[in-house]
Design a protein around this ligand. Structure first.
Ligand code: 8YV
Length: 313
């Protein structure tokens, strides 16, 4: 029996690619010269898409695959997948929740500490020999400070547990209060920002949260505030964030996500009060191995008629 044909939007690590090649006929879209020609040639036989959180699957792409049955996403965020099109066309969608929660939350804590204690500046102070001329400037304490968590899903809750271990006072903004948590629910982002020393964004991306951290929210966080974003670049008014960081109306930021990744706004590179990471919250060997396994297990379940492990649609 011929192998099911699968369209991959971008590469996975070699250990995943080898296994996928063993079980499926893989079409590598990122290697295609002309995508239109490539899809016209292969699209009619493709039954699955294997994509990544940041690459997604558009309605136009799925429309070019008349036999598409399932989209398996390497990542928890499905905001780049047209879920409505998938739902309307009986296309299943899976993601990789759970396995990446702890690492993304770890990076959020690391970014908060690095931005507050200015770890990149301290590293440079030592490496550049400037320590011989004197100590670096004083930085900002983290422990015991007020932390506002934007979004209280798996990642937000995992991050809050970490901040609580630093004796931080935690409040949060979410669609609904979660009374089972020992944190203060705040139903307005400006109010949350005004009463926070750190504002940490963990909520899902997509149209429903686009620009939710607005210029007003950034202004309420204020010149002593530090913003951390481990969600999606779309959740923040990035122009307002850059303006505030450049004009000293925000103490600093720790950012793992941006608009237009990886070709982010060059203004970020000039900022000394930011810590920047290349969308690497889930970027550990352990987590990426688990994510790849879950993508492959979902595909295997689909093609063997078993229930999907982590369905979104
Ligand atoms: C993905 C992400 O792992 O999980 C998500 O939604 O944003 C990342 O953690 C990454 O996009 C995979 O390439």
């Amino acid at each position: 029996m011929s192998k099911p044909e699968v369209l991959m939007i971008g590469p996975y690590p070699a250990w995943d690619m080898d296994d996928l090649d063993d079980h499926y006929l893989i079409h590598r879209l990122w290697e295609a010269g002309d995508r239109g020609t490539f899809l016209a040639r292969h699209g009619g036989n493709i039954r699955a898409i294997a994509t990544r959180g940041e690459l997604g699957a558009s309605a136009d792409l799925m429309r070019a695959l008349p036999k598409l049955e399932v989209v398996s996403c390497y990542g928890v965020g499905t905001d780049a997948i047209d879920l409505k099109f998938a739902r309307d066309n009986n296309i299943r969608v899976t993601n990789t929740p759970g396995v990446l929660t702890e690492d993304v939350a770890d990076l959020g804590m690391a970014l908060m500490l690095a931005a507050a204690r200015q770890l990149p500046a301290g590293d440079a102070h030592v490496r550049d020999g400037r320590w011989r001329q004197g100590n670096m400037a004083l930085t900002t304490r983290v422990c015991g400070k007020r932390v506002g968590v934007v979004g209280m899903g798996r990642i937000g809750a995992a991050f809050a547990r970490r901040a609580a271990a630093f004796d931080c006072v935690i409040s949060y903004f979410a669609r609904m209060p979660k009374p089972e948590l020992d944190y203060a629910f705040v139903d307005d982002l400006v109010t949350l920002a005004r009463q926070s020393d750190f504002l940490v964004i963990t909520l899902a991306g997509g149209e429903g949260t686009r620009g939710i951290v607005s210029a007003d929210v950034i202004g309420a966080l204020g010149p002593d505030g530090i913003l951390v974003n481990i969600s999606r670049g779309t959740t923040v008014d990035e122009g307002a964030l850059l303006d505030a960081l450049e004009q000293g109306r925000l103490r600093g930021a720790g950012l793992d996500v941006f608009l237009n990744e990886p070709a982010i706004d060059p203004r970020f590179a000039a900022l000394q009060n930011t810590v920047l990471q290349p969308h690497h919250g889930s970027g550990t060997l352990e987590t990426r191995q688990a994510m790849g396994q879950l993508v492959r297990d979902n595909l295997a379940a689909h093609f063997s008629g078993r229930p999907l492990l982590t369905p979104v649609v």
